[in-house]
Design a binder for this molecule. Structure first.
Ligand code: SAH
Length: 264
């Protein structure tokens, strides 16, 4: 089938911006940002990355923590319209574009309109957070399955049974979960996870103001979203203890600066 826009329209690149640090962008992402004529970006993408797109018109289609300031349908339409006016359109999403980023809806809209697109993967938050604490997501001999989950459901979606799949894995990362930490703890305890199961809460992974809190499933309930202002990920699994010579007690109040944690 000949796509109706293919000959006259440009290409939309769905690009992963990575977890925040500029030097965790892929080389391909950097080249596309430099070549872009227009960049549609999420709220989480730092200004330092956006300035790499010196020639481009920057359009914030900010979605933060599920608060959709620009309706997804409107974003889809703007991407299609932009592709008919520009050669290189970048849709820049935090982390990897194909994880918890509603990319499928954008891809469907582009396909329906016959617009060429390409996806450029990025470093997802779970990989950056694991790197920050120097702890492997998998562990030889013990952790062989790793779940990536979110308890977040959109207003138009059915209730989620995210905890079932998450609890079946040996370890995992929870995205967009800090606002409902008590409910997450309760759900996983109800699925039979032990109260002492370690949890590493990683805020602003890869960024200078990165922060890590080591706690346990039982104590996760005492964590509130207001303790964290940046994007925050929960790493849950037997390996996510603070591995320092002097093992600290797993206390939600013990906030460890990432740089200290790395040197420890
Ligand atoms: N596509 C993104 C995830 C989007 S959902 C990715 O692959 O990383 C947004 C959630 O990702 C945030 O609520 C937070 O849970 C997590 N996140 C994104 N960047 C982060 C960072 N630098 N540090 C910690 N968590 C982050």
């Amino acid at each position: 089938m000949i796509d109706r826009h293919e000959s006259i329209c440009g290409t939309v690149y769905l690009v992963g911006a990575g977890p925040g640090a500029v030097d965790l962008l892929t080389v391909r992402a950097l080249k596309l940002l430099e070549a872009a004529e227009i960049v549609f970006h999420d709220a989480l993408v730092p200004r330092e990355i956006l300035t790499l797109s010196s020639r481009a018109e920057l359009v914030s289609v900010g979605k933060r923590c599920g608060r959709h300031t620009t309706a997804q349908r409107f974003i889809n339409k703007r991407l299609v319209d932009a592709a008919c006016r520009h050669r290189v359109v970048v849709r820049l999403k935090g982390g990897d574009p194909l994880l918890f980023g509603r990319a499928q809806e954008e891809i469907a809209a582009l396909e329906a309109a016959g617009i060429r697109y390409e996806v450029v993967p990025g470093v997802t938050a779970a990989f950056a957070a694991a790197a920050s604490i120097g702890t492997s997501l998998s562990q030889r001999g013990g952790v062989r399955s790793v779940a990536l989950a979110t308890p977040r459901v959109g207003s138009d979606e059915n209730a989620s049974d995210w905890a079932r799949g998450f609890a079946a894995a040996d370890a995992g990362a929870i995205y967009m979960g800090i606002g409902e930490a008590p409910a997450i703890a309760a759900a996983l305890l109800a699925k039979g996870k032990p109260p002492a199961l370690p949890v590493a809460v990683v805020e602003n992974a890869s960024l200078p103001h990165e922060r890590i809190v080591y706690t346990s499933l039982a104590r996760l309930a005492s964590i509130t979203a207001s303790d964290f202002s940046g994007p925050t990920l929960l790493l849950i699994g037997p390996q996510f203890t603070k591995r320092a010579a002097a093992q600290q007690s797993s206390d939600a109040a013990s906030v460890v600066d990432a740089k200290t944690a790395r040197r420890a």
